[in-house]
Design a protein around this ligand. Sequence first.
Ligand SMILES: *Cc1c(COP(=O)(O)O)cnc(C)c1O
Length: 398
Amino acid sequence: MTTAAPPLNPPIRTLLGPGPSDIHPRVLQAIGKNTVGHLDPYYLQLMDHMQAMLRDLFRTTNRMTMAISATGSAGMEATVVNLIEPGDPMLVCVNGVFGTRMADVAGRAGAEVTTVERPWGEVFTTKDLKEALAKTKPKVVGIVMAETSTGAWQPLEEISELVHDAGALLLVDAVTSLGGVAVEVDKWNIDAIYSGSQKCLSCPPGLAPVSFNDRALEVIRDRKTKVQSWYLDVSMLADYWGTDRVYHHTAPINMSYALYEAVQIIHEEGLDAAFARHFQNHVALKAGLAALGIEYTAQDGHQLPMLNAVRIPAGVDDARLRGALLSRFGIEIGGGLGAFKGKVWRIGLMGYGSRSANVLLFLAALEQLLAEQGYNFDHGASIAAATDHYRGAVSGDS
Ligand SMILES: *Cc1c(COP(=O)(O)O)cnc(C)c1O
């Protein structure tokens, strides 16, 4: 007996949410290339090149730089469970959903977790951490660089200095920041860091680039207990990614092709050019939204270019607008999470999705749907503001 399931026919969307982001056609093609074995000489060579490209992306020389075979949250788990042994004190900075998740992950790994908190949309300064560092003497401090739930962009340099002065390791969530803004692992002295494939790398979800410096590896080597997770044990993964090439798990070969191509596309453009493009499209979008009276949730000076979290104007029906945006224009944006549910839109301009065509399409569609809901604004003003920016700026396209 067969069940008559419909044929696979996913609609074409413009993905302008918090991830997954729009995928470059070359990346989709890469997934369909010939599958080889995970110990095939071709694949092993590819892993070496992948590691080198990921090091460039993270701006690090860390030997232990690789991709975990799972999504960004597994990158979070991998960094936490390898550094933490049961009873270890860990300090987690919480100003949104992903800091909250990191604290949960750390608690499950047996850490004695302390959190420092800031209101959603704000970032941490060294002042916020000083007291907690002195009081709890953490082994690890975890912080989110790009808080996707609020659009806040966390500076890391000074915090890193403070954390190391206190004798702790710095663990950074770069899931949304990597590829969109500068992430300087070596310069900022970040001990462990993770990202995800489906945000600014514009690859489907399924891989999590991670990097550990030598200080972190020493801590891992000196563990008294086994890493709680077999799958995410970095020392075992090192035997596969390193020169021994010992089978650990069957690597997701074709997903690796996708990430390989995605990272190569970024390096072809140049990292700094990619950051500039993200910034230009963000400024154009922001000018357009300002012309409609729509404001950002994140604190001034700390707004992420790839994740524009804005307040839904009073009187506008969130579900109705986002529903129409998807069904009539094929555009996906994100709603608010947690405390921001129903109050905030999250407009992603990530990776390949960060293009002037998407900014102008989105603003035009938004104007039409706002007008249908009786929202009062100067028609065409957002497009004019955005194109004014593009006329004055360097090209916003790759
Ligand atoms: C998306 C995201 C994650 C989780 O990644 P998944 O791929 O969904 O598991 C973690 N942290 C941040 C900041 C994110 O934006």
